[in-house]
Design a protein around this ligand. Structure first.
Ligand code: NAP
Length: 319
């Protein structure tokens, strides 16, 4: 049983704790907040058996925790990751993993030196339908990939964290990291940013961002948009020479379906009906990797996280 400690008792941490209730491989063994009462209330509501820690340092140093799940705002991921690694604590870090490629490199450098497991909580990468789509492409079901497109939008402009430059807000860092991970998964690692159009407000926060990616050899084009101002359909498509894969909700895969070039449905697979279940896969993957002595998650290897961080740097510099 992997004993997980939650660092930061916020919105996503609550969903994760609820998702892991009754899990046979992973247990929430501790929760840490900057405020004791907040941690106590969180534990009572979501994981009554968990030990309550006041202050993140105590959780990081605890012998009763195998993996720390870092669920703090984006700009704190680096500091909290390094603090845990220095305590030889395995970590699963919420997306975006870091605020820059330099921060990501530094975290992996420290982790490698100490043999500590580190993974990015890019939950989509660990979902079974993501793997199934990769398998279909690998088997040549749609032929060589030519075009990839996806959108991700939620009406969340009122969320304070998203409007704060200090906390690393904006639609791209919140949602664009998912579309970029989708791009890297289906276009390959050798891609470049060719266009960025961001609608920003005076603070510099991007409320909506559209961008184009292109494979280095020019054979694949990618077109993406994300927004914190509207609920979009969240769909994606990967078009190949022989057909296409349509994705229903690229942020929590509901269904994937292969169509022929003349739009005949060939095969479709639906996800588990339980919405919250989608968060479990990343934790079970960490449990398996750690028990196998790995320091990376096969579904979300370090080179992928580093590449996303590098593309994030480029896109943000082009806004
Ligand atoms: N995978 C997903 O589906 C998903 C969904 C939403 C968010 N996320 C990611 O998860 C992270 C947290 O997002 P969230 O929506 O859960 O945020 P949130 O509700 O604001 O919670 C963040 C927590 O971080 C802690 N924190 C530490 N320093 C803070 C500071 N200076 N200001 C505010 N909070 C601070 C707080 O916990 P304490 O007060 O207990 O110390 C707070 O409750 C982000 O990186 C976000 O991108 C992922």
């Amino acid at each position: 049983m992997l004993r997980v400690g939650i660092l930061g008792c916020g919105t996503i941490a609550a969903k994760i704790a609820d998702s892991l209730k009754g899990n046979k491989k992973v247990v929430i063994a501790g929760v840490a907040s900057r405020e004791r009462n907040k941690a106590k209330k969180f534990a009572a509501a979501h994981c009554p058996e968990a030990k309550v820690f006041t202050g993140y340092e105590k959780l990081a140093a605890s012998d009763e925790i195998d993996l720390v799940y870092i669920a703090t705002p984006n700009t704190y991921h680096y500091e909290h990751a390094i603090m845990c690694i220095k305590e030889y604590k395995n970590i699963l870090v919420e997306k975006p993993f870091a605020m820059s490629k330099a921060e990501a490199d530094s975290i992996f450098f420290e982790a490698k030196n100490r043999g500590v497991f580190v993974a990015e909580a890019m939950w989509t990468s660990y979902q079974p339908l993501h793997m199934k789509a990769l398998e279909w492409i690998e088997k040549g079901r749609i032929g060589a990939v030519k075009y990839v497109s996806a959108n991700l939008g939620y009406d969340i402009a009122a969320v304070p964290r998203l409007n704060s430059t200090v906390l690393g807000g904006g639609s791209y860092l919140d949602l664009g990291v998912y579309t970029t991970n989708f791009a890297l998964s289906f276009m390959g690692n050798d891609i470049k940013v060719s266009r960025v159009f961001a609608r920003t407000v005076s603070s510099g926060i991007d409320r909506d961002t559209s961008y184009c990616l292109e494979s280095e050899d020019g054979s694949i084009l990618g077109n993406f948009y994300v927004t914190m101002c509207a609920d979009t359909d969240k769909d994606g498509v990967v078009v190949g020479e022989k057909g296409k894969i349509k994705f229903t909700n690229i942020n929590n895969y509901r269904k994937i379906a292969i169509y022929s070039n003349d739009d005949k449905l060939i095969e479709e697979v639906e996800a588990d009906k339980d919405f919250l279940h989608g968060y479990v896969y990343e934790f079970e993957s960490c449990a398996k990797a750690i028990s196998n002595g790995l320091i990376q998650a096969p579904e979300m290897p370090w080179f992928r996280t580093t590449r996303i961080a590098q593309i994030n740097d480029t896109i943000r510099s082009m806004m």
